[in-house]
Write a protein that binds this ligand. Sequence first.
Ligand SMILES: [Cu+2]
Length: 175
Amino acid sequence: MLPARLTFAPALLGLAVLALSACQQQPAGSAEATAAPEAKPGLTVTEGRLMLPVVKGNPAGIYFTLTNTGDKAGTLAAVSIDGAAKAEMHETKGGKMSAVPQIEVAAGGTVRFEPGALHVMAFELDDKLAAGGTAEMTLTFADGDKLSVPLKIEARAAGEGMAGGMAGMDQGSGH
Ligand SMILES: [Cu+2]
């Protein structure tokens, strides 16, 4: 009887410790779930950056990679930038830039927004958008789902390799 009790007690203690840690984990897990309400399942944004214009008052270029790891296609319908009055999806082709109303990201597919190609432009920038900081970008999908991510704000250096693509953009945005 005595040896049985001795081995039973540590087992009970172990159960109590397990129950305690389970209780502690639950609130942390649910807080995490509510902290990111604007996350679309299966869709992620990486390498998000906002390139400030060389000339103040010109639009900024926004570049990122949108990846769909889900099994359903997603249709990106609108982009907004916290700190910009307006943002549009554009595509540069043959030196000309035109607005793109929506972009489909196939299941398992990737869409790149990059200089001289598909990109986002943001207009009427707030002064709070400064190089070295971050700006929040919100993507709105055709089904109403949203995805918010931070963009790294960068200043464009004169004579940068992407200058050719940017020149086309500046030209197009002039009218
Ligand atoms: Cu553009």
